[in-house]
Design a protein around this ligand. Structure first.
Ligand SMILES: [Zn+2]
Length: 294
């Protein structure tokens, strides 16, 4: 089988799996791969991804112009092109609407808490790209902000996007995000996650090199508000000597209690000890508390 034929068959298979797992409904979602340095193979618009055949795919250039195929490329082609332009290491892009991850995207809750060691090692965090009208230029702009540092992200009030060095790695990241969302939801229903300490997160980051896990950017824990999106922001409170800490944002009885608890977690200081916070830290604490009062 030629490389072109194999990639067409792989897209058909991944589309079938996305649909079978309920990650797409009706004609949702789109998939693309690099054929070579100048051409992409992409799913067509207006077809169910569970029932595609290899001949349905379009070939486009990196500007989105159709070079071959009976059908038009996906309406989200600009989002895919944005990824390929910004990430030369990426050879495949998968977009779907897996319901649990999309639920987090609709609720405005990123999957950025350090709770599963394997997710920390591989994806780091899964941020939410700001809401943008599908198929418009806004969507590639919103996604572009996070693409440099992330192989997986949620799209606010829309779905999820994953990238990979090959098609199956992009697809498996979609599975990981949905699985992570399911586990996070169950943990919150059961009273909230216990969170990996910042020290444990950095230990896990060290394992990336040991196991040869390629990540587009390093992990950074709770950076100052407004910092550039060039690292993977993971919520992980500092707690020297501990690997797990209680959920420090799930049960804010009141603002003061939350501030005190968060400050205690941040520095592992006794509750009655005076601590000093920067304006940025205080703002972040208040934002956390307000988010949880809703
Ligand atoms: Zn979509």
């Amino acid at each position: 089988m030629s490389a072109d034929a194999q990639l067409r068959a792989d897209i058909v298979e991944v589309g079938r799996r996305l649909y079978a797992r309920g990650y797409t409904a009706s004609n949702d979602g789109n998939i693309s791969v690099r054929l070579d340095a100048a051409r992409l193979l992409m799913t067509p618009s207006g077809v169910c991804k569970g029932f595609m055949t290899p001949d349905m795919m379009c070939i486009t250039d990196l500007e989105g112009r159709k070079l071959a195929g009976d059908r038009n490329p996906s309406s989200e082609i600009q989002m895919h092109l944005e990824v390929y332009r910004r990430r030369p290491d990426v050879n495949a892009v998968v977009h779907a609407h897996p319901p649990l991850a999309t639920g987090f995207a609709v609720a405005g809750i990123p999957l950025d808490r350090a709770v599963l060691a394997e997710v920390v090692c591989t994806l780091g965090s899964v941020p939410i790209a700001e809401y943008a009208t599908p198929s418009t230029k806004e969507l590639p702009e919103a996604v572009g902000k996070y693409v440099k540092a992330h192989d997986g992200m949620l799209l606010a009030n829309h779905g999820a996007l994953t990238l990979g060095t090959d098609l199956f790695s992009a697809y498996f990241k979609m599975e990981t995000i949905e699985h992570f969302a399911k586990i996070s939801l169950v943990a919150r229903l059961l009273g909230g996650e216990r969170i990996l300490s910042r020290e444990e997160v950095f230990r896990l980051q060290g394992l990336r090199g040991h196991y040869g896990i390629a990540a587009p950017a390093p992990i950074c824990a709770d950076p100052a508000p407004g910092s550039p999106a060039d690292c993977q922001v993971v919520q992980a409170p500092s707690a020297p000597g501990q690997r797990l800490v209680p959920d420090y944002v799930a049960f804010p009885e009141d603002l003061a209690g939350t501030l005190a608890r968060r400050a205690q977690m941040a520095g592992s200081v006794p509750a009655d000890r005076e601590i000093r916070l920067t304006y940025g830290e205080l703002t972040a604490l208040i934002e956390d508390a307000v988010k949880n009062l809703r």
